[in-house]
Design a protein around this ligand. Structure first.
Ligand SMILES: Cc1cc2nc3c(=O)[nH]c(=O)nc-3n(C[C@H](O)[C@H](O)[C@H](O)COP(=O)(O)O)c2cc1C
Length: 315
């Protein structure tokens, strides 16, 4: 049996990545109900808001679901205690050292996965005792690794560095891509961008429509002096590119970014001032679908991809 399905007790090894301002209880429960693993994105929730989403998610699905916690979150202790109190069984940590919280979570009987963007950090995950690793390549939406290692290069490198169950992320939006990363050694996938644009995502419709109109090349990894982030085209991306081209300092970049821009862009739909985070793969999709439609498409295109490549090089 597939180790990711076994570890999380799910039907398909398809994980919906935790995403600020997108993955509340509606999205997470819909993915879990469709046989994948839904994750609540704690990164944009005050602790008591997270508690509410956990409670609602439990009401909306009897299937397993989890919480994604970026480890630089300011109220991290309160968040972790709420997760334990509410009996959440799965946590995906990201953006930090896996050693800090893995022991605590494991003591609570929680299954822990950690997101990395290099094989060096994959080795750290193993030392920290996590149960699974998410290796996320340069194509991905959201915050990203500085080294720009693509999923195609990262997955085989991480596969060599660890024997732990491995989930690939970054640039995956179709069943063909799932088959491709499986060939590279991944046992499951974490998908962000495609789920961010579904009907159940809590992102603003303006944001979804903009992302669904993107062409190839319309996103770029920027803000490397602060925290590398993939941004979609728009006024803010242009301002950041101009500032970076003239060599703006860290302080200037921090001032330009200001506070609350991701909320403004993704949740409030302010396309002029907001920070619009989405992955390269968004340019493949042009209509908003339900989670059920996306999951069915992923499963059927995965099956036909396997059939298509089963004849090897062909006759
Ligand atoms: C809008 C948006 C917000 C995200 N927020 C988070 C987050 O809070 N924590 C996290 O670990 N990853 C976050 N991510 C990354 C996703 O969880 C996922 O790993 C990534 O989107 C996978 O690549 P893809 O976008 O090519 O599917 C975010 C991605 C997007 C598009």
């Amino acid at each position: 049996m597939n180790r990711i399905c076994q570890l999380f007790n799910i039907k398909y090894p398809i994980i919906q990545g935790g995403m600020v301002w997108c993955s509340g209880w509606r999205l997470a429960s819909a993915v879990s109900n469709a046989g994948g693993l839904g994750l609540l994105g704690a990164g944009s929730m005050h602790p008591e808001v997270l508690r509410e989403h956990i409670i609602k998610c439990k009401q909306a699905t009897d299937k397993p679901f989890g919480v994604n916690v970026p480890l630089m979150y300011p109220e991290i202790e309160t968040i972790m205690h709420i997760i334990a109190e509410e009996g959440v069984k799965i946590v995906f940590t990201s953006a930090g050292n896996p050693k800090t919280w893995t022991n605590y979570l494991k003591e609570q009987g929680i299954t822990v996965a950690h997101v990395v963007s290099s094989s060096k950090f994959a080795a750290k995950c193993e030392e920290a005792g996590v149960d699974a690793i998410v290796a996320e390549g340069f194509e991905a939406g959201g915050h990203n690794g500085r080294e720009e290692t693509t999923t195609l290069c990262l997955i085989p490198a991480v596969r060599r560095a660890t024997t732990l169950p491995l989930i690939a992320a970054g640039g995956i939006g179709t069943g063909e891509a799932i088959a491709a990363v499986q060939a590279l050694g991944a046992e499951g996938v974490q998908i962000g961008s495609r789920f961010a644009l579904t009907k159940e995502s809590s992102a603003h419709d303006n944001f979804k429509q903009l992302c669904l109109s993107l062409d190839e090349g319309d996103t770029k990894l920027l803000l490397k002096k602060l925290s590398p982030t993939r941004l979609a085209k728009g006024d803010f991306k242009q301002a950041v590119e101009e500032a970076e081209a003239r060599g703006a300092s860290v302080e200037e970049m921090r001032e330009l970014l200001g506070r609350g821009r991701a909320k403004k862009g993704i949740f409030e739909g302010n396309l002029q001032e907001g920070e619009l985070e989405i992955g390269q793969i968004a340019s493949l999709f042009h209509e908003s679908q339900s989670v059920e439609e996306v999951m069915q498409d992923l499963v059927s295109s995965y099956q036909s991809a396997l059939k298509n490549i089963s004849s090897g090089w062909g006759e």
